[in-house]
Design a protein around this ligand. Structure first.
Ligand SMILES: C[S@@+](CC[C@H](N)C(=O)[O-])C[C@H]1O[C@@H](n2cnc3c(N)ncnc32)[C@H](O)[C@@H]1O
Length: 201
């Protein structure tokens, strides 16, 4: 999988465009800038956008080619983003006010263990924001992994992120919705997505 992402990010074009994810933008715009981690941010589009708002942004992603693309995008916007080539399974986040990710689909075994773990790096009052494809996206051609195990079931993911392995998180938003994506040829058209916004309390 990692090789596939590296190949994709080695192309001259931008796998998911250069603009940040619309849902992340909608939520993050309302928050006071502080320290943020963007999980699996690929070419860094979300982190670079947030940095232009004044967030101090760090990214982790296991695809090294993403780091080069993120640097190019950050230079275009005259901002700095610190990029760590790291796998979710062994990344250690510094204390932060925001953890955000779009389309970060990993195996349920890894996700259920390590997403709650990284939430402990949020300061009390910090936010977690995520958009990903719902299981009902499986038959659609508007993006997402063609593997049911990697797609999200809302109840399952919320149970993980608010369960005993996580710090105390308040659910601000948790929904399955249909949206129209226009991020790139890979994510275009009507799609079934999961949107989650949590706050550490
Ligand atoms: C669909 S891409 C989304 C990239 C980015 N979030 C965006 O929306 O533009 C999925 C990303 O997850 C990263 N990824 C997948 N599994 C990972 C893992 N276990 N640890 C770190 N990064 C991972 C890939 O390298 C890739 O950049």
């Amino acid at each position: 999988m990692k090789d596939r992402w590296n190949l994709r990010f080695a192309q001259d074009d931008w796998a998911y465009g250069k603009e940040a994810n619309e849902y992340l933008k909608q939520i993050i715009t309302e928050l006071e800038p502080g320290e943020a981690w963007f999980a699996a941010d690929g070419e860094g589009r979300n982190a670079v956008w947030a940095a232009t708002l004044g967030w101090n942004c760090q990214v982790f992603d296991y695809a090294a080619m993403g780091a080069a693309k993120c640097k190019m995008l950050a230079d275009e916007h005259d901002v700095k983003v610190s990029y760590h080539v790291k796998d979710l399974v062994d990344v250690q986040l510094s204390k932060c006010d925001l953890i955000a990710c779009s389309w970060f689909h990993t195996s349920p075994e890894i996700r259920s263990r390590h997403m709650p773990r990284i939430l402990h790096s949020l300061r009390v009052g910090g936010h977690f924001v995520m958009e990903g494809y719902h299981k009902s996206q499986m038959s659609r051609s508007s993006g997402g992994p063609k593997n049911l195990d990697l797609l999200f079931d809302l109840d399952e993911v919320i149970a993980e992120l608010t369960g005993p392995a996580a710090p105390h998180m308040k659910v601000i938003q948790a929904e399955v919705t249909e949206t129209t994506l226009d991020e790139s040829d890979l994510h275009r058209g009507d799609a079934m997505v999961v949107r989650i916004h949590l706050k550490r309390v």
